[in-house]
Design a protein around this ligand. Sequence first.
Ligand code: ARG
Length: 479
Amino acid sequence: MATKKTKTSTRWSGRFNEPVSERVKRYTASVTFDQRLAHVDIMASLAHARMLQAQKVISRQDLRDIERGMNQIQADIEAGRFDWSIDREDVHFNIERRLTELVGEAGKRLHTGRSRNDQVATDIRLYLRGAIDELLVLLGDLRRALVDLAQKHAATVMPGFTHLQVAQPVTFGHHLLAYFEMFTRDADRLSDCRSRVNRLPLGAAALAGTSFPIDRARVARELGFEGLCENSLDAVSDRDFAIEFSACAALIMMHMSRLSEELVLWMSPRFGFIDLPDRFCTGSSIMPQKKNPDVPELARGKTGRIYGHLMALLTLMKGQPLAYNKDNQEDKEPLFDTVDTLRETLTIFAEMVTGIQVNADAMQQAAFQGYATATDLADYLVRKGLAFRDAHEAVGQAVRYAVDKGCDLSALDLAELRQFSTLIGADVAKVLTLAGSLAARDHAGGTAPRQVRGAVARARRRLAGSGERTRSAARPRRA
Ligand code: ARG
């Protein structure tokens, strides 16, 4: 077997007098984590080999041997039969050496005109492109779940908050659609980032290009890249595309963390606005009554981890001279963990949002208790001719009076209200209702149920548009 044979030789043979020490081998190897690139590594190697053959750098027989060997390797990896070895450092060496064992000479010709430097850069870009496509689908699922729930609750009143104090009535649907907007911008950002990820580094070789007559455009076409990395030094060395992706990921997690915070608050008995299905919660080992919103809490916590990965990648890159440096091997674990965490969190959130059970009475009660219609009363006075600042002052006194009395503004009778302004008439009653307050905010972007229904319809059209884009993109295979 391969692993046994390599024990005696170094990875680079000729140049070295002694093998790498076991400790250094473990320290420098990346195969334990970069083997997930195997599928894209093989894809890129095959495209490279086909190009080499088309350019007459290798023979038809070489290409056939390489294709046969790679098919075997792919099958062995998928079946869990592939013998990964840290003696062969990384995913690239593991596959190449195995190829040579399987097909001989042709395997040794595969690396003509390329380097692991452009190879790994290509692999990461292919991997990340696939991950982005998958994440866009998952983001779409979460956005759809938000819109579905928003539609059901287009007229469900809840208190809107500023400073976490009751501010004005809003509908729960309107509140949910705020998150739809955030996640839609996140999806746009990811799509935009994808176009910078989707450039071909292969052909840059180690750093300066190669003396063989390569055809980079052909390789780019076969691999579905939308362009070439234009400068060989840049192609092998920068990881800004991974950093940009991590920044997109950090923003998505930031939005999920805000939603999480609200879910946790709303599920607290102090609010009691919602309940989450039991399957998303856990109990306490000591307090039998507890049902804890662990999923949103964990998502809030994992957000810190994703910010950390972004910081790790930025710091990894900042001091590196051109071109490739081994530092870059450290790009993978943060990137992979970012993708995995995002995938899991988005998947679980789409399910959880669908399962949210709404306690509309509790929401309405909370809106009643917070003098949420005070602004409506002030606006009413303005319509009767009072300047807004004077209206603000008059209503402030009315609220003070109601607080002392322990009731809502709508519970004050006309005579009581007129103490604060004689402009108040019998028509004030409908202004002070929650439904009246909601219906009054009837403009684009407002919380009136009519507007929320319109926003839901527009959101569905946007989802249908982006759905086509993301669904047509190839779903990545997880290696
Ligand atoms: N495992 C390496 C990485 O992840 C591959 C490139 C190695 N290149 C080199 N010159 N040592 O970056």
